[in-house]
Design a protein around this ligand. Structure first.
Ligand SMILES: [Zn+2]
Length: 371
């Protein structure tokens, strides 16, 4: 299978445009224009991960953390930090990163955290993207209308709530006169023609426009297909980073801390107890990775607890005055994405009939331990 084909499917689930501004998601090393037989999912690119990838003969490494987060000034092989990039290139291992887009997507990392903690009725913590709807009207000979509707539905047009492949068709007469340069499917040069045509209308989220127009053009029999695209004020979907939701039953602070520790299989975690301590936990906000900058959003969402990694000393002081409990389970809880993503890859493989092997990186890249 071509690497680009796999990433195309990956992008349908986790599109690059959902990443935060300036987040360097996408292909970092190598090319996607090559055959890939072995794909591995990891959290970080570290020298030990590169060694594992070489040993497993990996063609494409997918990671959560972009390996070249800041621009490189040198690419020497005497430095272990940069040697790993050279090793990847030498072994023809492509590296692709999906970072904040994996935190934002529906059914993504933050949703998996909520599932594990049995947090329900969730919504996003901070709004990031709103997708608007558009409408396509395309005119085709009536004999091609069915084929066109099917092609549009396959490209994702006409999804409306729990309904798929919605469309509206009206029949009429199309008129045109081909000139001498034309190569018409129906009719001939300089002869006015009229054809019984169908006008098919479908709605779609604006993010799918390129795919849908390409599918329409591919399915259209005419040299110069006639179509219109309308802006609509209907909103398709809102997206956001982090999640906030409810526990079914309120829990004591200590029981909840024990639950977080158990669910994420942690040797230890850091807790910022507020001076004005709440007695129980019902409403939970979470943002995997380093989400301390969103703690005020968790407060505004009336969370009793905010779970996020990499909390900074002075920010912890500020948090302590808010009355909200903060739990820092570490950044490494994100390694959950390795197994979860590979389970999804296997599902796509079944659906698409791919011939490819997937691997979960077995290297721990957690730099911290507890003694
Ligand atoms: Zn992260």
């Amino acid at each position: 299978m071509q690497g680009s084909k796999f990433i195309q499917r990956f992008n349908q689930y986790c599109p690059e445009w959902l990443a935060e501004e300036g987040d360097p998601v996408g292909l970092h090393i190598g090319t996607l224009n090559k055959e890939v037989d072995r794909i591995m999912m990891g959290l970080d690119v570290r020298p030990a991960v590169v060694e594992e990838a070489i040993e497993k003969k990996i063609d494409l490494l997918i990671v959560k953390h972009p390996p070249i987060f800041r621009p490189l000034s040198r690419l020497t092989t005497d430095d272990v930090q940069t040697k790993m990039y050279a090793d990847l290139i030498k072994n023809d291992i492509a590296v692709y990163a999906a970072h904040t887009n994996m935190d934002i997507i529906h059914n993504g990392l933050n949703d998996w955290f909520c599932e594990m903690l049995e947090v329900v009725d969730t919504s996003y913590l901070i709004h990031t993207h709103t997708v608007k709807m558009k409408k396509l009207a395309v005119y085709v000979p009536q004999t091609d209308a069915k084929k066109m509707r099917e092609a549009l539905a396959k490209a994702g047009a006409g999804e409306q709530g729990n309904y798929q492949a919605t469309s509206f068709t009206v029949n009429g007469t199309g008129r045109f006169t081909p000139n001498e340069e034309a190569n018409p499917t129906i009719g001939s040069s300089n002869v006015p023609e009229q054809v019984q045509e169908s006008k098919i209308e479908v709605i779609f989220p604006e993010t799918k426009q390129t795919d849908i127009v390409a599918a329409m053009l591919a399915a259209h029999p005419y040299e110069e297909p006639a179509y219109d695209i309308y802006h609509l004020d209907n909103l398709a979907e809102n997206f956001g980073i982090g999640r906030v939701g409810e526990l079914k039953e309120a829990m004591s602070t200590e029981d909840f801390i024990a639950k977080v520790k158990e669910v994420f299989v942690l040797e230890g975690l850091r807790v910022v107890y507020p001076h004005d301590s709440k007695k129980s936990i019902k409403r939970v906000a979470i943002c995997g990775g380093s989400g301390e900058k969103f703690y005020r959003d968790a407060l505004a969402a009336n969370a009793d607890v905010y779970i996020t990694g990499d909390v900074y000393y002075h920010t912890a002081h500020d948090m302590q005055e808010t009355g909200m409990l903060v739990i820092d389970p570490g950044h490494y809880i994100e390694s959950l994405c390795k197994e979860k993503m590979v389970a999804l890859f296997e599902q796509w493989k079944n659906e698409e009939g791919w011939k490819v092997d997937f691997f979960v990186s077995e290297t721990s890249t957690n730099p911290f331990s507890f003694k």
